[in-house]
Design a binder for this molecule. Sequence first.
Ligand code: WQD
Length: 337
Amino acid sequence: MEVKKILVTGGLGFIGSHTVVELQQSGFEVLIIDNLSNTRIEVLDQITSITGIRPHFFQIDLRDKAQVSAFFEMNKVDGIIHFAAYKAVGESVQEPLAYYENNIGCLVYILQEMKQKGLDCFIFSSSCTVYGQADELPITENAPNKPAESPYGNTKQIGEEIIKESCSAYDLNAIALRYFNPIGAHPTAKIGELPLGIPQNLIPFITQTAAGIRKELSVFGNDYPTPDGTAIRDYIHVVDLAKAHIAALERLLDRRNKENFEYFNIGTGTGSSVLEVIKSFEKVSNQKLNYKIVDRREGDVISAYADTTLANAELQWKTEKSLEEALSSAWAWQLKQ
Ligand code: WQD
């Protein structure tokens, strides 16, 4: 049977690289487009050393429409997984136009090529930020989208709308995966989260504090209406998240999708507070973490964790790794930096 070729944009990024590994290990041929704006080229060697197969790599900036068209002239693919986007919530408030140009502009260019080339299998990297602070927990897919709390979150909401309308207008098939909080690293510790600069997200800040790179962790608020006062999130191991992309891709390739455009919550279904994460990290790393409580961070929601019933049933996918395994893999990765 002919090997299916999958384009992965942003394939050298945190979630992209873990997905490329799973794609290769599932028998797909992978083509990566990445402009290296938020990663390092060494990730390509690391992927190759894990799987023994070097992905085809194209250093292309998707904002360059001519380069995007040239790529699709030269390369026939059977499916696309689109990760390439800016993703820092705080930065998006400072630079909204950069976020709309990159996150929306590139999406439009890719969809235009799909329409022209008759491609119809598209997986979109979305986010639980589309829900804002949901009224009901756990969050199901039919929870109403709330006004985005940031330009970043808005690009995910608008992105899903663009895809939905394109699917019906041009008969495309697409699945949006709404990630909760991806954390951890590959069990080989050869790939992981590579925050360039001061980490915005909790787990890399924790591991860098434990490694002595940061002086102490600031816990953003302990006066939330939660059991221990700190905010709650659904932390999912990045390898479990990567596997969800394979499940979604195979659903589209096998034509098992029930709608042109589908979306699924990808989380563990369990919420963990910041203090619970700290305690769990201290256990797996066998060391005390230096932290202090400070004021809440602007734009944070109180609590967000997924109802994963739909993804479990329709994608035949569920998380297999625990929070401790995820934190332990993040720590092993940090120790190799
Ligand atoms: C988690 C919790 C913070 C840092 C963001 C994006 C989301 C997705 C994941 C891309 C919160 C607390 C954090 C710190 C802290 N990204 N925290 N001290 O904000 O839930 O989600 O990243 O798709 O779209 O919005 O993740 O890791 O920043 O924060 O106390 O130094 O940790 O307040 O409660 P978040 P996070």
